[in-house]
Ligand binder design. Structure first.
Ligand code: ADP
Length: 695
C-alpha cells in the first residue's frame, strides 16, 4: 500500500505526506514524523507527520547527538527516551528513526515514536529498512524531476533576460533592465555595480516589493579584490565582512564579477534566501555565470553604441568648429568661440587661448572662472616681460608637444622660427578642469584635433593680414600711377593745343609749308597720345563708369566720321534709311570710332568704307580698308595693352598699341563687342556691335 502511494507523485513533500499515515498504522506507532535538514545542518524541520489522535509535534528541532547520527546515515532504536524530548512528540517513550538515503546523502529522516516503553522487533526494523530504500528511490526520482524543472525554469529565465537585453542601447539602460528583469524572474533582489576610480559604484538596484533592501552606494574594492579577481560567482557566506553585510545584509546570495575586454568592469549581486534559489551550488554557479556572460555582451554592445554616439557628436562639434573658422576674419572672436567648443568637447570648466606678443603672454580669449590658476599650474607666467632674443625668454615657449597633468592640458598651436633656438611655439590652447585627474586619452585626442583647427585658423589670419598689407601697398602704388598718368595726359593736352593753334595760323598765313606741316602732324600725334593716355588711366582706375544717354546712332556716326576723316575723300559712309536708337556714353564712344577710322586711314592708302546697319537686336558698325592687313596669328593680340602687329612695326608706322585696347574696354562697358577680320596685304575689317536701345 505504501509502495503504491510512492509512485503517485513527483513532488517530494507530497510523496512524504502520502506515506506517514500508512506507515504509522502499519507499525502501530503513535506518531510518524519526517524531518528535513535545514540551514547549516544543525537543525531539522517537519515535512510531514501523522499522529494517533493528532498529537502535535514541534515544527523545527535542534538535532541532538543521536538524531544527528541518523542524518549521517545510521538507523536509531531507542527503548527509553529522555523526558520531554521535543523531537519525538509529547508522551513518547520509545522510538525508531531511519534515514532516507538519496544519492548518498541524507536530507530527510523518518521517526516512528511510541507511547509504550517498547520498540519494534528486529524483523519490523528490517521491513522498515526496505521501506526506507523504496522511499529513497522515490525521493531520488522527485529530485531528478525537480532538478529538470529548475533547469527548464533557468533556461526560460535566461532566454527572457537575453531577449529583453537585446532591445537595450545605453549602459545604464542595460543595467536597469537587467536588475528589473532578474528580480522579476527569480525571487531575489538584484543590484549592479560599475568599477570607477577603484570603487564599485552602485548603478542600478531592484528589490522585491516586500523587501526594503537598499545596498550601499559604493563598495570598497579592496576587501572584494580576491573575489572580483575570479571569474566565478561567489556565495555570500564566502565574502568578507563588511562587504558581505553591505551587499547582502542578513540574507544569502551570490556576487558575480563582470569583465569587459578582459578587464574587471563591475559586478552584480543577487540577494535572496536559500529557498528562493534552492538549486544545487554547481547549477547555481553555472546559471549566474551564464547570466553574467549575457550581461557582459549587452554591456559591450552598449559601450560600443555609446562610443559611436559620442564619436558622432564629437565629429559634429569639430565640423562646426571648422565652419566657425571659415566665418571669422579676426582672431579674438574666433578664439572665444573655440574656447567654448574646447570646454564643451571635454567637459572642462575653463579654457584659454594664450599668445606670445613681442615680450609677454597675452590671453586672446578665455572661458570660465579661475583660468589664471590653471595657467599658473601649467607653468605660464603672465607677469613675465622678456626681451626678444634675450635669455629671459622662458622655457615654456619652446614646448612643442602637448603637456598635461592632473586637471590641465596645454596644446601648442602655432610655430614661428625663433631667433634663439630653432622653432618656437607662439600660441597655446590651455584647458582646465575641476577634476584633479588627468584628461582621458580620447579627450586629449579631441583637443589636439581642435588645436589643429585653431592653429590652421591662426596661420590663416597671419596670411590674411600679410595679404591685406601687401594689397594695401599695391593699391597705393596703383593709385599713384593712375593719378600720375591722368595728370600727365591732362596737362600735356593744354600746351599742345596752343601749339596746334599757332601751326594752323602759320599755315593759313602761307609760312613755308613742309616744316610747319611736320610740326602740325607730330603735335597732332602727341594730342592723340595724350588723349589715349587719359582714357587708359580712366579705364584702369576702379569705378570706370558710363554716362549713357539715348541717341540716334546714324547721326552720331556721321558726326564722328566727319571729325575723324577731316574731309578726307578716301572715306565713304553708308547709313541705313531709318534712325538706330542706342544708349551711349557719347563722349567715350567717340573715342572708339575715332580710333578705328584713324587706323584705317593710317594703315591703308586706298578707300576706307564705313557702314552702319542694324542686325536683329544689335547695331553694327563696320570700318573697312584695303591696307596692309594683319597676319592672321597676330589678330588676338591686337586688343591687348600695347599689342601691335609685326608688319606695322616693320614698316615703321608710328603707333602705341593702346588704341584698340581702350576701344575694346569702352565697347565692353556698353555690353557690345569688337572683332576684326583681316588678310595681310589685302585689308582689314573691324566690326563693332552694340545692343539696340529697348523701347
Ligand atoms: P596703334 O595704331 O597706335 O599702334 P592700336 O591699338 O590702335 O594702336 O592698334 C594696334 C595695332 O593693330 C596696330 O599697331 C597695328 O599693328 C594693328 N592695326 C590696327 N588697325 C589696323 C588696320 N586697319 N590695318 C592694319 N593693322 C591695323
Amino acid at each position: 500500500m505504501v509502495n503504491e502511494r510512492l509512485h503517485k507523485s513527483l513532488d517530494r513533500r507530497e510523496v512524504l505526506a502520502g506515506i506517514v499515515e500508512g506507515v504509522r498504522g502499519a507499525f502501530g506507532a503513535d506518531r510518524c514524523i519526517v524531518y528535513e535538514r535545514a540551514g547549516a545542518g544543525t537543525r531539522a524541520q517537519v515535512v510531514a507527520q501523522a499522529a494517533r489522535g493528532g498529537t502535535p509535534v514541534a515544527s523545527a528541532i535542534e538535532l541532538d547527538g543521536d538524531l544527528r547520527k541518523v542524518f549521517g546515515g545510521l538507523t536509531l532504536r531507542r527503548e527509553r527516551l529522555p523526558a520531554r524530548a521535543a523531537a519525538y512528540g509529547e508522551g513518547a517513550r520509545s522510538a525508531v528513526a531511519i534515514p532516507f538515503i538519496v544519492d548518498g546523502r541524507v536530507e530527510d529522516a523518518m521517526l516512528l515514536s511510541f507511547n509504550e516503553p517498547h520498540s519494534l522487533d528486529d524483523a519490523d526494523v528490517s521491513v522498515l529498512g526496505v521501506l526506507a530504500f523504496h522511499v529513497g528511490l522515490a525521493l531520488s526520482n522527485t529530485r531528478l524531476y525537480e532538478r529538470e524543472r529548475a533547469r527548464r525554469r533557468q533556461a526560460e529565465t535566461l532566454e527572457r533576460v537575453v531577449r529583453i537585453l537585446r532591445d537595450t542601447q545605453y549602459v545604464d539602460e542595460v543595467l536597469l533592465v537587467f536588475v528589473v528583469t532578474v528580480s522579476h524572474e527569480l525571487p531575489v533582489d538584484c543590484v549592479a555595480y560599475a568599477l570607477e576610480d577603484g570603487v564599485l559604484e552602485r548603478r542600478a538596484v531592484r528589490a522585491r516589493e516586500a523587501s526594503s533592501f537598499m545596498p550601499d552606494n559604493t563598495l570598497p574594492r579592496e576587501p572584494l579584490e580576491a573575489f572580483l579577481g575570479l571569474d566565478e560567482p561567489s556565495d555570500a557566506e564566502l565574502l568578507p565582512e563588511p562587504a558581505r553585510r553591505a551587499l547582502f545584509g542578513d540574507a544569502g546570495g551570490v556576487l558575480v564579477p563582470l569583465r569587459l575586454e578582459g578587464r574587471l568592469w563591475g559586478a552584480f549581486a543577487v540577494r535572496g534566501s536559500d529557498e528562493s534559489i534552492d538549486w544545487p551550488p554547481v547549477e547555481r554557479s553555472t546559471f549566474f555565470r551564464t547570466l553574467g556572460s549575457h550581461l557582459e555582451i549587452a554591456l559591450t554592445n552598449a559601450h560600443a553604441y555609446e562610443r559611436e554616439l559620442r564619436r558622432a557628436q564629437e565629429r559634429e562639434t569639430l565640423a562646426e568648429a571648422a565652419r566657425t573658422i571659415l566665418s571669422h576674419t579676426s582672431l579674438q572672436p574666433l578664439a572665444e568661440v573655440m574656447c567654448r567648443f574646447a570646454a564643451a568637447l571635454v567637459h572642462a570648466e575653463r579654457t584659454c587661448v594664450l599668445r606670445w606678443t613681442d615680450d609677454r603672454y597675452e590671453k586672446v580669449a578665455a572661458y570660465g572662472d579661475g583660468i589664471d590658476e590653471t595657467l599658473a599650474a601649467c607653468g605660464f607666467d603672465l607677469t613675465l616681460r622678456a626681451q626678444r632674443g634675450g635669455a629671459a625668454v622662458t622655457d615654456e615657449r619652446r614646448v612643442q608637444r602637448l603637456i598635461d597633468g592632473p586637471g590641465f592640458v596645454v596644446i601648442p598651436l602655432s610655430r614661428t622660427a625663433s631667433d634663439i633656438s630653432g622653432d618656437t611655439i607662439d600660441a597655446f590652447l590651455v584647458v582646465g578642469s575641476n577634476r584633479a585627474v588627468r584628461f582621458a586619452r580620447d579627450d586629449l585626442r579631441l583637443l589636439q584635433e581642435l588645436g589643429a583647427l585653431l592653429a590652421l585658423a591662426l596661420r590663416n589670419f597671419e596670411l590674411y593680414e600679410a595679404m591685406q598689407r601687401a594689397n594695401g601697398a599695391l593699391q597705393e602704388s596703383n593709385e599713384f600711377k593712375d593719378d600720375l598718368l591722368a595728370m600727365l595726359a591732362h596737362d600735356f593736352k593744354g600746351p599742345l593745343t596752343v601749339i596746334l593753334g599757332y601751326c594752323e595760323l602759320l599755315m593759313e598765313n602761307g609760312t613755308p609749308v613742309a616744316e610747319v606741316d611736320t610740326i602740325f602732324a607730330q603735335t597732332n600725334r602727341l594730342v592723340r597720345l595724350s588723349e589715349d593716355a587719359l582714357v587708359l588711366a580712366q579705364t584702369q582706375s576702379e569705378g570706370f563708369s558710363l554716362a549713357r544717354a539715348r541717341i540716334d546712332l546714324c547721326a552720331f556716326v556721321t558726326q564722328c566720321v566727319s571729325t575723324a576723316s577731316r574731309g578726307n575723300p578716301r572715306v565713304t559712309l553708308e547709313l541705313p534709311p531709318d534712325p538706330i536708337s542706342v544708349d551711349l556714353d557719347a563722349n567715350r564712344f567717340r573715342h572708339v570710332l575715332d580710333n578705328l577710322v584713324g587706323n584705317a586711314l593710317k594703315y591703308s592708302e586706298g578707300p576706307v568704307h564705313i557702314a552702319l546697319r542694324s542686325v536683329g537686336e544689335q547695331a553694327e558698325i563696320e570700318v573697312q580698308d584695303r591696307g596692309i592687313g594683319i597676319p592672321q596669328e597676330e589678330l588676338p593680340a591686337l586688343f591687348t595693352r600695347f599689342g601691335r602687329a609685326s608688319n606695322a612695326r616693320r614698316r615703321g608706322i608710328a603707333g602705341s598699341g593702346v588704341g584698340l585696347y581702350i576701344s575694346k574696354k569702352i565697347v565692353d562697358a556698353h555690353r557690345g563687342g569688337v572683332s576684326v577680320r583681316s588678310i595681310e596685304h589685302e585689308g582689314s575689317t573691324f566690326t563693332v556691335t552694340l545692343p539696340l536701345a529697348k523701347a
